[in-house]
Design a protein around this ligand. Structure first.
Ligand code: MN
Length: 218
């Protein structure tokens, strides 16, 4: 497996802080509601950051690592720190990406570059959406669905459990969907499918292309 080099969030390092959202908490309504957005960002995301910082206090030799370096190199870390990086470091990265690829301009279409890559990998956008929906719906318990670049620069859809990040598998995430219940329970209760349908309205394909441009140069 080719070792990845950091390409995104290269400014994020210890002590980690909660990144401001690029829109207001209510700006994604009616698809995502203000109450869920607020608690998801201020409480859940903040908790991952706090736990990551707390663990790194005891490991000054890893404080200069960026969030990506920690995740990419997690297998080489001391066991207790590795566990925190996998769960809470992953939580910080995953949520940072999640907010970034949502847009207040609803119902965007994939940009030309991404649409072409999707057609090559999946045959059509509808086939891609079907594969992504299936991945997101069938995560057992808590986890994420992702669109990633694989080691051969092809697009792939994967799911990960908990807060595991695809970087640890040598994949480069372009787009991630949080399917933890905390992401949807207030508005959608147990109806994960309805939450996934709402999320499609919000995907910021311009931003996905921006991430792709960084990811595809390494
Ligand atoms: Mn979440």
């Amino acid at each position: 497996m080719k070792k990845l080099v950091p390409y995104l969030f290269t400014q994020l390092r210890y002590p980690y802080t909660l990144p401001a959202l690029p829109y207001a908490y209510e700006a994604l309504e009616p698809h995502f509601d203000k109450a869920t957005m607020t608690v998801h960002h201020q409480k859940h995301h903040q908790a991952y950051i706090d736990n990551l910082n707390k663990a790194l206090e005891a490991y000054p030799q890893y404080q200069s690592y960026t969030i990506e370096e920690l995740i990419i190199d997690q297998h080489a870390l001391p066991a207790d720190l590795k566990m925190v990086v996998q769960n809470h470091g992953g939580g910080h990265y995953n949520h940072s990406m999640f907010w970034q690829i949502l847009s207040t301009t609803f119902d965007q279409q994939p940009t030309a570059i991404i649409a072409q890559k999707i057609d090559i990998a999946f045959g059509s956008f509808d086939k891609f959406k079907e594969a992504f929906d299936k991945a997101a719906r069938t995560v057992f318990g808590s986890g994420w669905a992702w669109l990633c670049l694989d080691q051969k620069d092809n697009l792939v859809v994967v799911a990960t459990p908990n807060q595991d990040n695809p970087l640890a598998q040598g994949l480069r995430p372009l787009l991630g969907l949080d399917v933890w219940e905390h992401a949807y329970y207030l508005k959608f209760q147990n109806k994960r499918v309805d939450y996934i349908d709402a999320w499609w309205h919000l995907v910021n394909w311009q931003e996905v292309e921006a991430v792709y441009k960084k990811a595809s140069t390494i």
